[in-house]
Design a protein around this ligand. Structure first.
Ligand code: VG1
Ligand code: CO
Length: 540
């Protein structure tokens, strides 16, 4: 059936898909318009195979029914759907690749809270399993400006609870176990026998799935296949509102896990996942691993896992991520690429075989096994390192810093700022960037400042306006950029970094180590002064 429609006024996918308040997505025709625009932008879906699933959040199952009817009406041949409309983002990426699908739709707003008054989102992934590159998101945006009708089959709902094939207006709907293929892939990359022995020998862990999608995956992998004690995975059932949890795996939002890991009864290892399972936070007993350090450690120790026993082709990090991994790449004599924020920028490098590991400061690490970041993969990498080296998380970190030096790092988020104010703060600083070199700010001299732009080394595409960078004397750096994933006002992210080569000062708290840079940025940009805020909302 054809439904005529009004243009939806230019809905532009952000850093990772289109993210809006759930009620906006539930407005009649809204989801339909965006999905039709996506189908139109990719040249239609006639005869194609699509993968579909999401993180279990509110409205996901209803949205899946709508998308299936639309895919059928648009002539798709087959839809592969996770049972219950469940698929973690890395599992969806794997399924697209494994089944040779033409693309997939992931129903998630990732680390944003879920529920009728919270957030929903739709991400379109391409045939390599990765997020749509900028050219595709631009085409989707253009299509949202032009769309005049959408097509949706007038058919009954599919039973998403029943694994097997069903038919919907000429399209095959294949409902699959969301976990099995992903867990099998992990068995190929990691030595499950060795990891089973680790748990068998009494190693303890707390894996916090935050009531989101990784629960069933983590229970299958850690408790069933690796023999970790029942209850190792906590908050293991995906709930439509994540049980009120904010599934953002950082010290602020995963505070229950933080408290457990810093307390007297702490297990050996702790990890948390985000809503759609592509992010991770890694903890040891009494110790927090900053994501930039986690990426560097994984790169340095990757050979501990059989999937990486032959070494790495290269590594890539997003620009705001610390340079800790650069020093590892230098020691390994492999290339290190610096890309804009967002996993889509790693896709070409991974496809071209130029890099094996990638990571972002926002708790995302991954490899060429899929084309998304992968939270549980990171957990298995860390467990492999601990099993092979026989060291604790704290010892692995201390060894790494002793060898490579320590890069103090922190991200300060100012959330829900008035959009105009956030844009003015950025515009004012941007206008002054060129003149900053040689100037002192709160006693710290600026060496150089610019706005990051990226030319993709594989296809030559250029992405501009990717963050304001200020380099200070002594190897310190600050980056400012506006978030592309929020749904309320603007979020300004300030990324801070300082390298200390020797063992001196290694025990220093990152906020204390970074205090001179924090003061310098406030002197230059006046974020607190102009917003009237006493400080950032979230510090990671
Ligand atoms: C944030 C992170 C970025 C990440 C993106 C999607 O984007 O900073 O590193 O790739 O979320 O992650 P932004 O524009 O808000 O800074 V997820 O877990 O949504 O797939
Ligand atoms: Co995510």
């Amino acid at each position: 059936m054809r439904h005529s429609t009004h243009p939806i006024l230019g809905q532009k996918p952000g850093t990772s898909g289109l993210r809006k308040k759930t009620r906006v997505f539930m407005t009649p025709g809204y989801l339909e318009n965006f999905v039709q625009a996506t189908f139109d932008a990719i040249g239609g879906v006639a005869g194609k195979t699509l993968v579909l699933g999401g993180d279990g959040r509110y409205f996901g199952a209803e949205a899946a029914q709508v998308i299936l009817k639309m895919a059928a009406a648009n002539g798709a041949a087959r839809a592969i759907v996770g049972q219950g409309a469940w698929l973690s983002t890395p599992a969806a990426s794997h399924l697209i690749r494994l089944r040779g699908a033409d693309g997939g739709l992931i129903l998630s707003a990732s680390h944003n809270p879920g529920g009728p008054d919270e957030d929903f989102g739709v991400k379109y992934n391409i045939a390599n399993g990765g997020p749509a590159p900028e050219a595709v998101t631009e085409a989707i945006f253009a299509a949202t400006l032009e769309i005049s009708e959408y097509r949706k089959a007038n058919a009954p709902d599919i039973n998403l609870g029943a694994v097997g094939e069903q038919h919907l207006a000429g399209m095959v709907v294949e409902v699959v176990d969301p976990v099995a293929a992903y867990a099998d892939l992990m068995e190929v990359l990691f030595d499950f026998k060795m990891l089973r022995s680790l748990f068998h020998a009494g190693f303890t862990a707390r894996i916090d799935s935050m009531n989101a999608i990784t629960g069933p995956y983590a229970v299958e992998i850690f408790e069933r296949r690796l023999g970790a004690a029942p209850g190792t995975v906590v908050h293991a059932t995906p709930l439509p509102d994540f049980g009120g949890m904010h599934p953002d795996p950082n010290p602020t939002w995963a505070h229950e896990l933080m408290a457990a890991m810093m307390g007297p009864q702490a297990p050996d290892f702790g990890a948390a996942s985000d809503g759609d399972g592509d992010r991770n936070m890694i903890l040891g007993r009494g110790v927090y691993v900053s994501p930039s350090d986690s990426l560097a450690v994984l790169a340095a120790e990757a050979r501990c896992a059989p999937g990486y026993a032959h070494g790495l082709m290269g590594v890539a990090r997003s620009m705001p991520t610390s340079a800790a991994v650069d020093r590892v790449a230098q020691a390994l004599c492999i290339p290190c690429y610096e890309t804009p924020t967002g996993w889509k920028f790693f896709g070409n490098l991974l496809d071209a075989g130029r890099v094996t590991l990638c990571g972002e400061e926002s708790f995302g690490t991954g490899s060429d096994h899929v084309r998304e970041k992968d939270g549980l993969w990171a957990v298995l990498m860390w467990l492999s390192i601990l099993a092979v080296t026989g060291r604790s998380v704290a010892e692995v970190l201390a060894d790494h810093w002793a060898r490579f030096g320590r890069t103090y790092y922190s991200r300060h988020d100012y959330e829900a700022l008035p959009v105009a104010l956030a844009e003015t703060i950025m515009a004012d600083l941007r206008a002054r960037l060129a003149g900053l070199a040689g100037q002192a700010a709160a006693g710290l001299v600026v060496i150089r400042a610019d706005e990051f732009a990226y030319t993709d080394p594989v296809d030559g595409s250029v992405s501009t306006g990717q963050g304001l960078r200020i380099f200070f004397e002594g190897g310190a750096r600050a980056v400012l950029r506006l978030s592309g994933t929020g749904t309320e006002g603007a979020t300004l992210r300030l990324y801070l970094e300082r390298y200390v080569p020797g063992p001196e000062g290694l025990a220093q708290d990152p906020q204390a180590a970074l205090a001179p840079i924090i003061d310098a940025v406030e002197a230059l940009a006046g974020i607190c002064q102009r917003s009237g805020r006493a400080g950032p909302d979230v510090v990671t």
